[in-house]
Design a protein around this ligand. Sequence first.
Ligand SMILES: Nc1ncnc2c1ncn2[C@@H]1O[C@H](COP(=O)(O)OP(=O)(O)O)[C@@H](O)[C@H]1O
Ligand SMILES: [Mg+2]
Length: 258
Amino acid sequence: MSEPQIKIRMRDVHKRFGAKVVLDGFDLDVRAGESLVVIGGSGVGKSVMLKCILGILSPDSGSITVDGIEVAGAGSTEHEAVNAKIGMLFQGAALFDSMTVVENVAFSVTARHNVGRRAAREIALQKLAMVGLKPDVAERYPSELSGGMKKRAGLARAIAADPEILFFDEPTTGLDPLMGDIINDLIVHCVEETGATALTITHDMHSARKIADRIAMIYNGKIIWIGNVDEIDRAADPYLDQFIHGRTEGPIKMAVRR
Ligand SMILES: Nc1ncnc2c1ncn2[C@@H]1O[C@H](COP(=O)(O)OP(=O)(O)O)[C@@H](O)[C@H]1O
Ligand SMILES: [Mg+2]
């Protein structure tokens, strides 16, 4: 069997803030075309991991490559080239309040591709249709949308420029379970339609099971378990077992606020 092609490779990545060690020899491979979901409790470093790939944060040491290009410690030219391949759905959708929904999505198209305004608008309307938003919603401002609609618009913006890689940061957080599931289904649909490599971070196990081909669990600054989604219930790892069943008793020490 041939080795799967690796889209994102992280090796021995360290990141700390003062005395707080967040990533501590972190290794991860994201295979081309897969949907990988990184799970873990709040504050374990999921967002820090994504920010290190995007160059929003700079790791203290280690290697992060995207399509073989080193981004750890790279300059803005490398980051821009790599980030142009990545579409991202932010936790709060992060739409521009002063632009309508269709303008938000079209902005992403023109930022990446050399197309005129009219063509960008047409593409934006197609992407909005793909996530179930009709043209009348497209003319609204973000403040006029429900939480679920904002997520849909954020998703349309993430896929707007046909990125090779999609990042989803806590895609279901803040949504009711029904809307969360609609977003899960849309993510699966968009990943299938675009053929993109998807990296999601979440603490929502239901969402992880739905979106993932493979699941990886982060704890104490490292990936402690990784496997196919259908292996997760047979896995004997006590940390994973505690997390997926939401047990208070187990090896995971809950951070207690003082
Ligand atoms: N810019 C920062 N400065 C200082 N501490 C940070 C910064 N970003 C994240 N942290 C800390 O790093 C840890 C991991 O954060 P984060 O990756 O956001 O967690 P999560 O897994 O919930 O996404 C937390 O303890 C957080 O307080
Ligand atoms: Mg986070």
